[in-house]
Ligand binder design. Structure first.
Ligand code: FMN
Ligand code: MN
Length: 476
């Protein structure tokens, strides 16, 4: 299961467009934005300006329900809620399988070492007009081994192309790659790192999801795939490298006082260039491995409601399985309203069983592995509300939430320099925290049975009436 197989799969259901001759300098990025806004197909760029044929970019993956179905091996046309639930079950029931070490693989088809290392060989896009440079790492994975616990983390953290053997990185506070890096730096050592650009989306998925500290994501990826991820051992880093990756680098991340460079600005997922240009750590690249005719997987952030990967969908399934793992009863669904991308509006629908249930669900969701980082509004609704129906969610907020009594504020929560609401003063002080609101839009538990009756025909009356007037609805 490699990226090429996924490309063939989405092509077979009309979810791929192949484009020749686009410019890496803003044209690929702008086409990605224009198609991404329409939840459109993935774009495979070849014959990119200034680069040889075969050196390609796949922009976007799992960008809509059809593509997610293909990535997961489900039927392509499963409806939204069915897919969400099936996806949640797949995540919840996964049995981790450690990677299997092999001695060779397509990623070894081309090797650059020492003075031959040249990342400029790849057609790295300049994605957004306000970016401070070209970003090779968007749909990437960084692989690092924690020097304390000796487990291997995988995370998606953006990588700027500084020069032929230097990448710039931004990892938000609290993310595992950052904590691991700091564990090396505290010992006065550089942090060995592998970065991978282009694997099957199911493997990549585990890199963008938040698993608890100490969880080796490659084991989860193997579990999701149903067989171990095949890896070769990196000669320079000793780290696992997926044997069928399109491009991989081995390198090290020196302590920031040894080397840092201006990184950013970058068009970020909240829809702004909020973190600006800052001094950030670099990766010194020692080895580059790549397949013949390599494909960079590019997933540039797009202003919500677009995304480049249907992250609102993916994180909804992930928060849902987190709540299920906590054993909280009555969870009927989880969704992220798209205006807030995958984090700012978390909606949980519940069957209220006891007083305080709604508040428990809200605080659990906002503290769960997937829900803890950089949220803003957590909305709890009753189970007559389909959380994926944004109109119904807003109706519930409008008619079941009394602001004076049903909104709670938490302060000083886990946020990031990407948060556009953080003031210049707070940025200056390095205070990357935000506040959160819990919006209880459930009927009040202790008088829910007396809550005014909803003005909507019963399902029975509707279906009777529909049966009698079928022609009317076939044309609506
Ligand atoms: C396309 C994409 C780009 C991302 N870029 C970054 C990034 O630059 N820095 C960052 O800290 N997190 C980034 N993330 C979010 C992390 O990948 C995500 O929070 C993940 O849980 C991190 O792994 P970890 O929990 O092992 O730290 C990105 C996610 C996606 C989907
Ligand atoms: Mn992790």
């Amino acid at each position: 299961m490699d990226l090429r197989e996924y490309i063939a799969e989405i092509k077979s259901v009309g979810e791929l467009r192949e484009l020749d001759g686009a410019d890496w300098n803003l044209e690929i990025g702008t086409l990605t934005e224009l198609v991404g806004e329409k939840d459109g197909p993935s774009l495979l760029f070849d014959n990119i300006k200034d680069y040889p044929q075969g050196y390609r970019v796949l922009a976007m993956c799992m960008n809509n329900a059809k593509q997610i179905n293909k990535a997961l091996g489900f039927p392509a046309d499963q409806p939204t809620l069915d897919l969400l639930k099936a996806f949640k079950d797949k995540l919840a029931q996964v049995k981790p399988l450690p990677p299997e070490e092999v001695s060779s693989g397509p990623v070894l088809e081309n090797i650059q070492e020492g003075a031959a290392v040249d990342l400029l060989k790849f057609p790295t896009p300049w994605w957004h007009e306000g970016d401070g440079g070209r970003y090779l790492g968007t749909g990437c994975m960084l692989i690092m081994r924690d020097p304390v616990g000796q487990w291997v983390n995988v995370g998606t953290y953006r990588l700027q192309l500084h020069d032929r053997d230097t990448l710039g990185s931004h990892i938000s506070p609290g993310h595992h790659g950052r904590l691991i890096r700091e564990n090396y730096w505290q010992q006065g050592k550089s942090c060995p790192v592998v970065a991978v650009f282009g694997v099957h989306p199911l493997t990549w998925l585990t890199s963008m999801l938040a698993y608890p500290w100490g969880t080796p994501e490659l084991d989860i990826a193997g579990g999701l795939a149903g067989s171990p991820i095949k890896v070769i051992k990196g000669q320079y880093t000793d780290l696992p490298i997926p044997f069928d990756a399109e491009i991989a680098i081995e390198g090290e991340c020196p302590p920031p006082e040894m080397e840092s460079r201006p990184e950013g600005p970058f068009g970020e997922w909240p829809g702004y260039y909020a973190s600006g240009e800052r001094m950030n750590p670099v990766i010194k690249v020692k080895r580059v491995l790549h397949r013949n005719d390599p494909i960079i997987l590019g997933v540039p952030p797009l202003k919500p409601p677009a995304s480049g990967v249907a992250s609102h969908f993916i994180r909804s399934a992930s928060v849902w399985q987190d709540l299920e793992h906590m054993g909280i009863p009555g969870i009927k669904g989880v969704w992220h309203l798209r205006g807030g991308s995958s984090r700012y509006f978390t909606v949980v629908s519940i069957e209220q069983r006891y007083a305080g249930h709604a508040k428990q669900v809200a605080t659990a969701s906002m503290s769960s592995p997937e829900g803890a980082y950089h949220g803003r509004f957590t909305i709890v609704v009753d189970d007559d509300i389909d959380p994926t129906n944004e109109g119904d969610v807003l109706w519930a907020v409008a008619t079941r939430c009394d602001p004076a009594s049903d909104i709670d504020i938490l302060r000083d929560c886990w946020s990031t320099p990407l948060d556009p609401t953080i003031s210049p003063e707070k940025r200056q002080a390095g205070n990357f925290t935000n506040s959160r609101a819990i919006i209880n839009a459930c009927r009040p538990f202790h008088w829910k049975d007396q809550y005014p009756r909803v003005n909507r025909a019963s399902d029975e009356l509707r279906s009777q009436t529909l049966k009698k007037w079928p022609e009317l609805f076939s044309s609506l």
